[in-house]
Design a protein. Structure first.
Length: 423
């Protein structure tokens, strides 16, 4: 069963396309079941984050193109639209890609830790949907062990770097002293929560949290000394914000050009810095055309992120070495699945011989033979049947001088230990 990793990410596709193929949590559950029901698809998992959408699929031989066809069809895209942006990894390359993704080596922010949690969530979703079989399930267990080892044995996570951290650092470059700034956070998920922590460390002057569920906004704001508003009240408070950082799972923009135009008029053209780290985007793209508005998307964070790459380069090389070794180990396990197990075959043949000879022994008793005669027949015949082929092969080995086979037979039957004990 070939293993395929298929997807697109921040390196291969623009955000405008990434948002078209992104799956929110609710959509991913249904999509996963639909994918698993495609002809030739044996097992499946979907990983969808702000920077990537990937399918991990075990397929029957000859069905390798099904996942790509399904992805485009599911999102109702023009046939072929995704072709130049997709990457596909097969077998051990797919395993290596999974390991690199989970350890943050394939992330926009090298070594960022959040991706591992997202991989675990994708795994739990696939387990809950029962779309995993032994090979992919084992791969994920191996992946988590590899990620733990990379974190433990290298300094890949020595410096605090994440998309959230990068957004705050970029804001800090624009506003030299965040202690004087009012920051509006839109959303209440993991990325926004991490952003709020970084802002609290910078002792931001004022913090506003807006979310569709007011209770979630209140909980997050309460932890960091801010105050919460409902998303429906966003337009009333937008003018207060010097900095806006948004990351929600909304399918349509939350902040429109009209809203920002009104806010800027109320601010009397005082500059506003905005960072949209959501995919699909939360802030309409043409907001960036407004005077005194500085809008950065997730792809714009790359320059700030690149400054941190050098400090992690050596750790990344160490991590790659660990991954190479673990890829080999997983693939060895996977190859073993396809090998016939001689121990099982021996037992099947032995049981067939046993049942055959036992039936004859019972027939002997039924026809008047004594139990002793039947038992003697059973013992002698079964011994001869079980040893006939091994004995013939060993005689041939002795005549041909095949010492490897003779030594292997000694180990197999424990005769080498008996010889050692006699000595």
């Amino acid at each position: 069963m070939p293993l395929i990793a298929l997807g697109l990410n921040h390196l291969t596709a623009p955000v405008s396309l990434r948002e078209q193929v992104a799956f929110d949590e609710d959509a991913a559950a249904g999509a996963l079941l639909d994918l698993s029901r495609q002809d030739g698809v044996e097992e499946a998992m979907i990983l969808s984050t702000c920077n990537r959408t990937e399918l991990y699929v075990g397929v029957a031989a000859g069905a390798e193109d099904i996942p790509q066809a399904w992805l485009g069809h599911h999102h109702r895209l023009t046939p072929g639209k995704l072709d130049e942006f997709l990457y596909r990894h097969d077998e051990q390359d797919a395993v290596r890609h999974m390991f690199r993704v989970a350890t943050g080596l394939d992330s926009m922010v090298l070594g960022e830790p959040q991706i591992l949690g997202q991989v675990k969530s994708a795994y739990q979703q696939a387990r809950g949907a029962q779309t995993l079989k032994a090979p992919l399930d084992r791969l994920m267990q191996h992946t988590f062990a590899v990620a733990k080892r990379v974190r433990t044995d290298t300094r890949i996570g020595a410096h605090t770097v994440s998309v959230a951290f990068t957004a705050v650092r970029l804001a800090e470059q624009v506003f030299a002293d965040l202690k004087q700034a009012c920051v509006l956070l839109i959303g209440a998920g993991d990325t926004i929560e991490l952003t709020a922590r970084h802002l609290a460390e910078k002792q931001v002057h004022r913090l506003i949290v807006a979310n569709r569920t007011l209770e979630s906004a209140q909980e997050l704001a309460g932890h960091h000394g801010g105050y919460a508003i409902a998303l429906t009240d966003l337009g009333q408070h937008l003018a207060e914000a010097d900095i806006v950082i948004s990351s929600t799972a909304a399918r349509q923009p939350i902040v429109t050009r009209t809203m920002v135009e009104q806010a800027m008029a109320n601010r009397r053209r005082k500059p506003m810095f905005m960072v949209d780290i959501a995919v699909p985007r939360d802030i309409e793209a043409d907001v960036g055309e407004l005077s005194d508005v500085y809008l950065y998307g997730i792809d714009d964070l790359r320059q700030v992120i690149d400054d941190n790459l050098r400090s992690r380069a050596a750790a990344a090389r160490e991590a790659e070495a660990i991954i190479d070794l673990q890829v080999d180990r997983y693939m060895a396990w996977r190859r073993a699945l396809n090998l016939k197990n001689p121990a099982l075959d021996m037992r099947v043949h032995a049981e067939i011989y046993r049942d055959e000879v036992l039936g004859k022994a019972r027939a002997m008793i039924a026809h008047g033979k004594s139990p002793d005669e039947a038992l003697a027949f059973l013992a002698n015949t079964l011994t001869n049947k079980l040893l006939h082929h091994p004995s013939a092969r060993l005689r041939e080995a002795a005549l041909s001088g095949d010492l490897d086979l003779l030594h292997a037979a000694g180990r197999l039957y424990g005769l080498d230990r008996e010889a050692d004990e006699d000595a």
